[in-house]
Design a protein around this ligand. Structure first.
Ligand code: SAH
Length: 350
C-alpha cells in the first residue's frame, strides 16, 4: 500500500466512496504524496515521455505556428504567451528558440506559465530563466490581453468522472473499499448527468466520461480569446465522442492498474474534444500527424538530418516517425486550435 492509498482508505471509511475525479485529483496533486507534486516524471528514468521530449521539432513547429498566428492578428503588443502544464519547460524553450528571428515577437511577449507542481515550477524556472516567466496559479488569473497559448498533455491530467448507463438508468463509478483494498463500485441511480453531447448521444449500455475541469479550462481560455483575440493550441490524446473507460495508469513506462499505486503512477484519461471545441467562438481540429505535416515537419526533419550521422540520425528518424506515424502518436493525438469569431485560420489547418 502506498502512503496515499492509506490516507484515501481512511477517508473512505470516514466519509464514504470517492468519485474517480476526487481520486485522480489526489493521486496527481496531493500536496505531500501527489504524483506531480513530488517528481519529474519525464524521460527514460521516469514514467512516460511526451512529444516535446521526443524531438525539438515539435516545439519549433508550434512556435512558428504561434508566431504566424500572432502576425496574422496584427502583431498585438503586449500579448500573453502562455503554456499550461509546461512539464520540464522543454516545449516553451523550443518555441522561444524557434521564434527568436520573428521581428518584435519576443519583445511583445509576456511569458506566463500555469503549473500546479512546485517541483516542476522550479525546473521550468531554471530552463526559462532568460525569459523571466511569471506563474499564474489558475487559468482564470491569466492577464486580460491578447492570448497565444499552448497546452500539450495538460487536459489528459485533469480529473474525470465516469458514468455508467444500464437498463435501469445512470450510475456514477465510485472508488470504495473491499477487504481494505481500493475497489471500483457504483453509486445509487442518478436523476441527472452532465449535459454534454456524449451523454445526450450515449448508447445503452454505455460508459461515459466527463471532465468538468477540462471544460472550465477551455472555457476560461476561450473567453480571454473572445475578448482580446489570440489562438490556443490544445494537443492531447483522445477523440471526438469516443466513449468507454479510458482511465489509465502508467508507471515506469508500463501500464498499471489505476488503483494499485496511488501517487506513484501517472493517471490520465483520453480527452473528449467535442464539448471543448463547442466552448470556442471558432475552432479547427485534426490529428497531430496531419497538423505537423502542414506545419512542415518533413522539410524540418530533412534539414536537421543533414547534420546527423549514425545513431543520432537513426534516433532523429525514429522521433520523426513517432510524432507523425498513424501507428504511433500521429493519429491518437489530436490538435484543437481555438480562436475568435471571424479571425484567420490558425496555421496547421487546411
Ligand atoms: N506539457 C508537458 C508536460 C505534460 S504532463 C509536456 O508535454 O512534456 C502534465 C503537466 O501538467 C505537468 O507539468 C503537471 O504538473 C501539470 N498539471 C497537471 N494538473 C495540473 C493542474 N490542475 N493545474 C496546473 N498544472 C497541472
Amino acid at each position: 500500500m502506498t502512503p496515499l492509498a492509506r490516507i484515501l482508505a481512511d477517508r473512505i471509511r470516514e466519509a464514504g466512496p470517492l468519485t474517480v475525479a476526487d481520486y485522480m485529483a489526489d493521486c496527481l496533486l496531493h500536496p505531500v504524496h501527489g504524483y506531480y507534486t513530488t517528481r519529474d516524471p519525464f524521460g527514460a528514468g521516469g514514467d512516460f515521455t511526451t512529444a516535446p521530449e521526443i524531438s525539438q521539432m515539435f516545439g519549433e513547429l508550434f512556435g512558428l505556428a504561434i508566431a504566424q498566428a500572432w502576425i496574422d492578428r496584427g502583431a498585438p503588443s503586449p500579448f500573453t504567451l502562455a503554456e499550461l502544464g509546461p512539464g520540464r519547460g522543454t516545449l516553451m524553450a523550443d518555441i522561444l528558440r524557434a521564434t527568436r528571428g520573428v521581428p518584435g515577437f519576443h519583445a511583445a511577449a509576456r511569458l506566463t506559465l500555469v503549473e500546479a507542481s512546485p517541483r516542476l515550477r522550479q525546473l521550468q524556472g531554471e530552463t526559462l530563466a532568460a525569459f523571466r516567466p511569471v506563474w499564474a496559479d489558475r487559468i482564470e488569473a491569466l492577464p486580460e490581453a491578447p492570448l497565444f497559448l499552448i497546452a500539450n498533455e495538460f487536459l489528459d491530467a485533469l480529473p474525470i468522472r465516469q458514468f455508467q448507463r444500464g437498463p435501469q438508468g445512470w450510475q456514477e463509478r465510485l472508488i470504495g473499499l473491499r477487504d481494505d483494498a481500493l475497489t471500483f463500485g457504483l453509486s445509487a441511480f442518478l436523476t441527472q448527468v452532465p449535459d454534454t453531447p456524449a451523454f445526450r448521444h450515449a448508447p445503452d449500455p454505455a460508459l461515459v466520461e466527463d471532465s468538468l475541469p477540462a471544460r472550465l479550462a477551455v472555457a476560461a481560455v476561450s473567453a480571454r480569446i473572445a475578448r482580446h483575440g489570440g489562438v490556443a493550441y490544445w494537443i492531447d490524446y483522445g477523440g471526438w465522442r469516443s466513449g468507454g473507460d479510458t482511465l489509465q495508469a502508467l508507471r515506469q513506462h508500463k501500464p498499471d492498474d489505476p488503483l494499485a499505486h496511488p501517487g506513484e503512477a501517472d493517471l490520465t484519461a483520453h480527452v473528449d474534444f467535442e464539448p471543448l471545441a463547442a466552448l470556442a467562438q471558432a475552432f479547427a481540429y485534426d490529428t497531430q500527424g496531419a497538423v505537423l505535416s502542414r506545419l512542415g515537419i518533413d522539410a524540418r526533419a530533412e534539414r536537421l538530418a543533414r547534420n546527423l550521422t549514425g545513431a543520432a540520425l537513426e534516433s532523429h528518424r525514429a522521433a520523426h516517425r513517432r510524432l507523425t506515424d498513424p501507428s504511433e502518436m500521429g493519429s491518437l493525438f489530436k490538435v484543437l486550435a481555438a480562436t475568435s469569431a471571424g479571425a484567420p485560420m490558425p496555421p496547421g489547418f487546411a
